[in-house]
Design a protein around this ligand. Sequence first.
Ligand code: AMP
Length: 427
Amino acid sequence: METSNNVNWSDLGLSEEMMTLIEKAGFKNPSAVQAKTIPLAMKGLDVLVSSQTGSGKTASFVIPTIERFKGKNGTYILALSPTREIAQQTGEVFSNFAKPFGMKVVVCIGGANLNEEKEALASSPHIIVATPGRLCDHLERGNVWLDFIQCLIFDEADRMLEMGFSKNIDLITEQISKDRQTLMLSATFAPAVEKLARKAMNNPEQVLIEKTNKTIPKIDQELFWLPEERKLTQLVRILEREKGSAFVFVNAKEKTFQLSRLLINRGIKDVTYIHSDLQQEHRELAVSEFKSGKYRIIIATDVMGRGIDVDDVAHVINYDVPKEAADYIHRIGRTGRRGLTGRASTFAIPGKDDKAIEAIAKLRGVQAPSKPQPGQRPKTAQPQRSRPVPKMRNVESMMKEALPVTPVAVKKLGLMGRVKKLFSFFS
Ligand code: AMP
């Protein structure tokens, strides 16, 4: 995490009680985003913040808003989060800092019991954290009014818009007084985010921590050009060679489960998976078992992966290149957190993923890496064999077939693992 070298917590004008809670949380110094955002937000100003996951962004809006509204009765703070997991984590951070001030937090998320949430909302919480869809459900049912909200927080605004919450967001925003304070945090400032900021914010102060759309440093990024059928072997190699925790991203829900089975069949058993069709309790179990170290590897899609806050993921592997370049930034933000050095490996299929790789390079403001020419074999780190490589079965088709993988297929797959990284990606 990027810390602000010259700023101490004592410079931010916080109450003594808050200082004690910060010490208890173990936050030695404010992170850069906290040092800049907290003083502005405490003044009640609108603030538009460029912030990456892992930058300490949650506390940057939790701390000042609690300071502003502590000791007052009424539901004054509403935080919108893109996913259930992010909402839950934000709810936890709010609770940790709000409870000692006697403030109550309610989290409303899809998949949870509507009636229980309705009752919780009726108990006049001071803070509501919600996903936009679920909050609109409650609004339609008359379970909640937003007239009293004085501070509206959009967390990960870019992701909420990408997920199609635009209409829900408009509906919610319209019901809140224009005199409110609005805080908006976003990893990227895509045109849709700027449009929302213009519409929902009042002359906001801007906090730019590092040039927008840049990934955080200290992540060793590498790119492997390789055909689909060699991805599994490459993944197995990496996971066998490295003993640290790994986050593997795929682009389809069903692939999370299928790939976990293929890894288990290849002898890598400490693997779990998560996707949005799983029941909430199963998702929570997968995350907690990954966090506790029971499983070293988690396979996820973007929506799920985004919300998992784990401090020390050693390696992020993009088994599939993300469809949206911005997701690359979000994905690799899982590693290299808290100032630790992380690794990110991306598997790209020549001819299929070229455009996506170019888009990622463009987003990062670096030159696109060269790719193998048509007909040219991807370079390998091992000596080239002169005999032709036997035609391999496609992993995708294997996934569709009955599991487990047969020993013959495993043997064939073993022959496939000759693709090596071409160069350090963007470094
Ligand atoms: P976030 O960017 O809000 O997801 O925070 C990422 C991680 O950094 C969380 O585990 C926080 O508990 C932690 N964190 C937040 N602020 C600080 C700080 N000032 N010093 C150390 N760790 C922090």
